[in-house]
Design a protein around this ligand. Sequence first.
Ligand SMILES: C[S@@+](CC[C@H](N)C(=O)[O-])C[C@H]1O[C@@H](n2cnc3c(N)ncnc32)[C@H](O)[C@@H]1O
Length: 169
Amino acid sequence: MPIFLIPVAIIVGIFIFTVLFGAPYVPSRNAELQKAFKNLYPLSKKDLLIDLGSGDGKVLKVASEFGARSVGVELNPILVFISKLRLRKNKNTTVVCRDYFHYDFPAETSVVYVFSEDRDMPKMVRHIEKQAKQIGHPIYLISHAFEVTGYKAEKTYRAYYLYKIKEAK
Ligand SMILES: C[S@@+](CC[C@H](N)C(=O)[O-])C[C@H]1O[C@@H](n2cnc3c(N)ncnc32)[C@H](O)[C@@H]1O
């Protein structure tokens, strides 16, 4: 393989590797996101939002425009690097390079954003239920594109669904 193709192969390899652990990288759309938050869950300074699988940090950026604090959890180190670069001036956002199924939520977490895939949603919801139990209060979940089996959405806006996830028993 020509030497200049090695970095390209590494980058492609990282993206393929990430897909083995969850949803592929497909970013949410900015204008839609803002409307979704306004309609479903108007964020404020009191909120701490977690984006599970935070991609390039777009959701964190929108959350910070509403004054909310936010944490992005992303497995792909290239996307973590890009989002940290993009959010370097946003003091109220953090990005961690971690598998979201092994991430413990901060106690102040009020809302979680997920743009995952159908296959992962039941496991994702069980994880959020366990985290809700650990922090001692329910957590709102905004799921983009996928509905949650066993829960009735409190509100919907286009392909965005708002749920109140209760503590695991
Ligand atoms: C559909 S994208 C959504 C990106 C972003 N949340 C948005 O809406 O613009 C899903 C993201 O989840 C990440 N991902 C997949 N599996 C993961 C895992 N197990 N832990 C952390 N991140 C993961 C992917 O790398 C990808 O960036």
